[in-house]
Ligand binder design. Structure first.
Ligand code: URA
Ligand code: ZN
Length: 363
């Protein structure tokens, strides 16, 4: 039985160089008060100059860019195959004229990393989303010629106006035509004001545990409301973190639609594919939710045959320096076995068979 990790990130060396050359978020820097440890500062709000540098962002070591360390992590955690993706914020921040070439370079680097470990690595490509739509479409077409690419990773900002932006239609059309799945992943969270004036006392908990999943949920709901899946019936999207909160809130989303006078007046309630249909036909969910409770909601909403194991490596390392096994990984393994009591075949599908089938791995 193969174990496949579909949610696992890398920053290829070219991207690390780019981050090292920058002084505003996102960047990598060795601060003067701790010159021997580099920090990766990527999230909005992580760059608060009133905080000591050791609290800004996270330490970054070779686990973020050395592909041999990815393989060692996979071996340590019994993972046969990983579908690697560039970590946030991807190329969202690049000037338009630089994005196309940067995406090519990164995708070629990642393809080459995959080729070095036959059968063990595949990837989701990166799109130059700050470039004009036709540059993005060309990269989608080029990705089809790279043997290890199995879709694209994307954040929620799209071309700058979110995923309900009609300007994305040519991109959705190209992804649908070339049967490339979108791995949709959060980065921006919610406005800092919702975390309150004491937020800096609470570390990364509010933005990562709540901001990330709500960002994903809002992005997908905007896609639904704007009719993306009515126009692109075969567009497939893998949602990070078991869909944010989408499985739990799907009923409320549909109820709010059914009770909205504005939508009714504009004829937007009838003749639409509802969220339940999209969850069962267009959406896949990863199993990165750390609890059987969330996992059961994901299974109820999308089906156990659409759920895929992931780790989010190299984020969430154990805080104990000598730990070999990562709690973040063993918690997800534990949640999967608890969610399927006595149903080993279903658990094995989530751990690997679903990914092999859906992403056409080993073919
Ligand atoms: N934090 C991030 O910025 N990205 C992830 O993928 C996980 C945690
Ligand atoms: Zn992630």
């Amino acid at each position: 039985m193969p174990i496949v990790d579909v949610h696992t990130h890398v920053y290829p060396p070219t991207f690390v160089e780019l981050l090292r050359s920058r002084t505003s978020v996102p960047y990598i820097r060795n601060f003067p008060d701790a010159p021997d440890s580099a920090r990766l500062v990527i999230l909005p709000g992580e760059d608060d100059p009133s905080m000591p540098s050791t609290s800004r962002g996270r330490p970054i070591g070779p686990e973020y860019y050395d592909i041999a360390q990815k393989i060692a992590f996979m071996d340590q955690h019994r993972i046969d195959t990983s579908v690697i993706s560039l970590a946030n914020p991807w190329l969202d921040f690049l000037p338009s004229e630089e994005a196309g070439e940067a995406a090519k370079k990164i995708n070629d680097d990642v393809e080459e990393q995959c080729a070095r470990y036959p059968g063990r690595l595949y990837a989701f490509g990166t799109l130059p989303l700050s470039a004009p739509a036709d540059t993005v479409v060309k990269e989608i077409e080029r990705l089809g010629s790279l043997n290890h690419m199995r879709g694209v990773i994307m954040g929620t900002s799209g071309l700058g106006n979110g995923l309900d932006d009609p300007a994305l239609d040519p991109i959705y059309a190209a992804l649908e035509k070339h049967e490339q799945l979108i791995f949709l992943h959060p980065h921006y969270g919610l406005p800092a004001s919702v975390y309150g004036p004491r937020a800096s006392e609470y570390g990364h908990v509010l933005p990562l545990a709540l901001g990330f999943p709500l960002e994903t949920t809002i992005a997908v709901t905007r896609m639904l409301l704007s009719g993306v899946w009515d126009r692109f019936k075969n567009l497939k999207v893998l949602l990070a973190h078991s869909g944010g909160t989408l499985p739990f809130l799907a009923g409320r989303i549909e109820s709010c639609i059914a009770h909205d006078g504005h939508l009714k007046k504009h004829g937007k309630i009838e003749n639409r594919r509802d969220v339940w249909e999209i969850l069962m036909a267009n959406i896949y969910l990863d199993a990165v939710i750390y609890s059987p409770v969330g996992l059961k909601a994901a299974i109820d909403a999308s089906g156990a045959d659409r759920l895929l194991f992931g780790t989010d490596h190299p984020f969430f390392p154990p805080l104990e320096e000598d730990a070999k096994e990562w709690h973040s990984v063993t918690t997800n393994y534990g949640a999967i076995s608890t969610a399927f009591p006595g149903k080993e075949a279903a658990a094995e599908d989530v751990l690997g068979n679903n990914a092999v089938r859906i992403l056409k791995l080993h073919s």
